[in-house]
Structures are given as C-alpha cells and as structure tokens.
Design a binder for this molecule. Structure first.
Ligand code: SF4
Length: 230
C-alpha cells in the first residue's frame, strides 16, 4: 500500500459548487487519476496523459502533508474529489479520520464504479455519486457498476448526481433509477461556461420537476467559469 497520495490540487476556502451543499464554504482536496475517460470531463488534467503532462499536473504528498494543507484552510466542510478519489481510498482513510477528529464533515465525490470500504463508508458524511450516462462516451459496463451503486444506496449516505446535456438524457436516468432504486436523484447541467449552465438548466428544469427530482447548478462555473482552484 503506498503511503502517499497522488494529488492534483488542494484549495479553498471556496464554495462547494454542486449538489445538496452548494454554496457551503469548503476546503477541496482534488486527487489525481481516474478509471473512466468521459468525453466532457472538466478535470482531464488529473488523469489524461495524452493531453496533459501529469508529472507537472500532479504531486505525491504524504497523508500528513495533505492533512496539514487541509488544516490550513478554514472551512468546516472537506470535499474530496478528482479524478476518481476512491482509487486511493486506503491512503485517504487516515486523512479523513483526522479531519473528522477536527470536527469537520466530509463529502466524497465519486463516479460510483469503485466499492468504498466499510471504513470509508463510516468516515464519509456524504457520497456525491455521479454515475455516468451515455453522453459521457464511456461504455455501459464500465460506467454502471450495480453492486457498487446498490451498496451506496444502502449506506443511506449517498446522493446520485447525474450530468445531463439535454432533456432527452432524463429518460436514461429514469431507467437507472427504476432498476437500482437510486435516490435521492440530483440533476446537473453539463456546462463549462455560465451561459451553458443557464441554457441547459432552463431546458431541463420543468421535466426534472415533473419527475420529482432535484436540480443543482454549478455555482463555481457561474461565478468563475472554468478557472482552476476555485
Ligand atoms: S469520472 Fe469524473 S474525473 Fe473521471 S473522466 Fe469522468 S468526469 Fe472526469
């Protein structure tokens, strides 16, 4: 087991931009590496060797160093994101234990394809699970792992946040929802500019409401566009 974490960036305080806690002050830990390759990924610099020099984009830090940098950010919420942070869950656990001991709450953002350990399940306040749809360009058997999604539903500490490009993507969410009994469902626009956020949200708001789902914006994109470290 490696003793260090492959880190893309640690930043904050900023606002959690997506999902149930959007607007909340948070410290972000963005880890390197991903097991998927979504066409519209907004953080390809964490995993895509073809487009980025990952030696420059990522750094190996000990868990103590990661903890020290997180402690330097004044915010009661820690958001662990990526890339896919569950690729490094074993080394992540002691960091999260220490954050909990500091009285902070922890959200982990994951693509829902890697099984969290029982210990991680206990440490995490909420998993923001983002199962990928066909619009990601990733093949179905790679992007939807039923046992993992079922375990996350049963944990009671997960929400399921789907990235959509147009209203017709919503039928695909409904199919997955029915099959796996996923809840609660959050829908978020695939958008990397403020204009796109608003265009997609206006397009999907009524049908999302009609299905009884939640809608989230991308607050950081509305405020700062595609700027990194915000
Ligand atoms: S799962 Fe997330 S980090 Fe990985 S490629 Fe897809 S959007 Fe990017």
């Amino acid at each position: 087991v490696p003793r260090s974490l492959l880190v893309s960036e640690i930043f904050g305080p900023t606002f959690q931009g997506e999902g149930p806690s959007s607007g909340q002050l948070a410290a972000f830990l963005r880890l390197g590496g991903c097991n998927l390759n979504c066409t519209w990924c907004d953080t390809p610099y964490t995993w895509d060797r073809e487009r980025f020099d990952l030696e420059r984009e990522t750094v190996r830090l000990t868990s103590d160093e990661v903890l020290k940098r997180l402690q330097a950010v004044s915010a009661s919420l820690i958001v662990v994101t990526g890339g896919e942070p569950l690729l490094q869950q074993l080394v992540l656990e002691p960091v999260l234990e220490a954050c909990l001991a500091d009285g902070r709450s922890i959200e982990v953002e994951t693509n829902g394809t890697i099984m969290p350990s029982d210990h991680l399940m206990q440490l995490v306040t909420r998993f923001n699970v983002s199962p990928k749809l066909g619009n990601s360009g990733v093949r179905g058997r790679h992007r939807l792992r039923q046992p993992v999604l079922r375990a996350l539903v049963e944990s009671g500490s997960a929400i399921f946040k789907f990235v959509v490009e147009r209203a017709s993507d919503l039928d695909e969410i409904a199919a997955v929802e029915g099959e796996l009994d996923l809840r609660p469902i959050w829908v978020m626009p695939q958008a990397q500019t403020p204009e796109q956020v608003m265009t997609v949200m206006r397009d999907i708001a009524a049908p999302v409401l009609a299905r009884g789902w939640n809608l989230t914006t991308r607050l950081h994109v509305l405020l700062w566009g595609a700027a990194r470290g915000r």
